[in-house]
Design a protein around this ligand. Structure first.
Ligand code: AMP
Ligand code: MG
Length: 349
């Protein structure tokens, strides 16, 4: 398949690219586009055949539902009912990195929701995404624009790497501001439950309704009788080609343990990468060091996480040793993605 690539540098000057991409969506094609969380791979959410193309391009399991991207806070045509708390969340956090799960109307096809009665919906904040949805005049179903299982792309180059020749159009723009996928809140239950942590933190959500809690299924490795509630969260995910190991514990011991491990692997002929905080990065003696950001600025760490994992693949490391970050605020989302990338391989220093 031929893929057209167009980069939007200036929204006004390059608006024709967005219109062209929107026409592809209208005609049942697939378009990669930037959002503030990660890049998405979209098609007309209400067109079954168009939605199937997304699953095919990504190699995504059929039982993993897609999120609908909308350009308006009025979602009454898509869902049965918007409960009070969901409306409050929408008013407070849209446009932004928050997905709300509600019971769907029949207009949303079963392929889009992976046969669930509910559907996830989000209004992204970026101008390119919003214009694309407006011009397409339909909600756009869009998972992250990567081959299934790989770390999500936060810039257009990574989308090209994964999806060139597999989609109709790649619309580039700026780097994703947030860097991890949206927070997902299931509002089909009362009180609502957080199915996936993201940049909108549990503390932010509790300010709207303090009964909102995290799905306990997110906390440890999924097993046959202990699964996260969001179908997609059970898969090994966000994984670079290299093996990932997380080291947690107090600062001094973590540095010592990581130095020990790096030395061991290098002496056994392996190429080793270290995902480090800015504060600790100077203390590592060997290996390729990538700084994720300061422990005092977890937004920066989230922003750099997926790109750092992918750039270790570029240089072909065999093993990535990652420092654990504090599971507070956006740190919950960072550790959720890191643990999944590591297949829950965590060492206490
Ligand atoms: P992605 O778009 O790749 O970030 O994946 C979407 C995530 O949203 C997956 O983890 C899905 O399982 C989850 N999701 C989407 N729709 C629903 C739904 N109706 N109920 C529960 N989880 C959902
Ligand atoms: Mg994804």
């Amino acid at each position: 398949m031929e893929t057209k690539i167009a980069i939007v540098k200036n929204l006004h000057k390059d608006i024709e690219y967005i219109k062209e991409a929107a026409n592809i969506i209208k005609n049942g094609g697939t378009v990669v586009f930037p959002t503030e969380t990660v890049y998405g791979l979209g098609s007309d959410a209400l067109n079954e055949e168009a939605v199937k193309k997304i699953f095919k391009a990504k190699g995504r399991p059929q039982d993993n539902p897609l999120i609908l991207h909308v350009a308006s806070k009025d979602i009454s045509s898509l869902v049965e009912e918007v409960p009070n708390v969901a409306q409050k969340l929408i008013n407070k956090f849209w446009p932004g990195p928050l997905t709300i799960i509600l019971n769907k109307k029949d207009i949303v096809p079963d392929v889009t929701s992976a046969k669930l009665k509910s559907v996830g919906i989000r209004m992204p904040e970026g101008e390119i995404a919003l214009k694309l949805i407006e011009f397409a005049e339909t909600p756009i179903a869009a998972p992250s624009a990567n081959i299934s299982g790989r770390p999500s792309p936060t810039d257009v180059e990574r989308c090209i790497e994964d999806l060139l020749g597999k989609v109709d159009y790649i619309l580039g723009g700026e780097k994703s501001r947030v860097g991890v996928e949206s927070t997902i809140v299931d509002c089909t239950v009362d009180p609502p439950i957080v199915l996936r942590p993201g940049a909108i933190t549990i503390e932010d959500l509790k300010r709207v309704d303090n009964k909102i809690e995290l799905d306990i299924g997110l906390m440890k490795k999924p097993t046959s009788d202990f699964k996260p509630k969001a179908p997609g969260m059970k898969y090994k995910h966000y994984a670079p080609k290299a093996k990932v190991v997380i080291v947690s514990g107090n600062r001094e011991k973590t540095i010592e343990k990581i130095n020990e491990m790096v030395h061991y692997y290098i002496s056994h002929g392996k190429k080793v990468g270290v995902l480090a905080s800015k504060e600790n990065s100077m203390k590592y003696k060997e290996g390729q060091i990538k700084v994720l950001g300061s422990i005092l600025d977890l937004d920066e760490v989230a922003h750099n996480l997926f790109e750092s994992l992918r750039s270790f693949d570029d240089i072909g490391v065999d093993i990535i040793i990652a420092e654990a970050f504090e599971e507070k605020g956006v740190g919950i989302a960072i550790m959720n993605r890191l643990k999944k990338a590591a297949g829950y391989d965590i060492i206490e220093s």
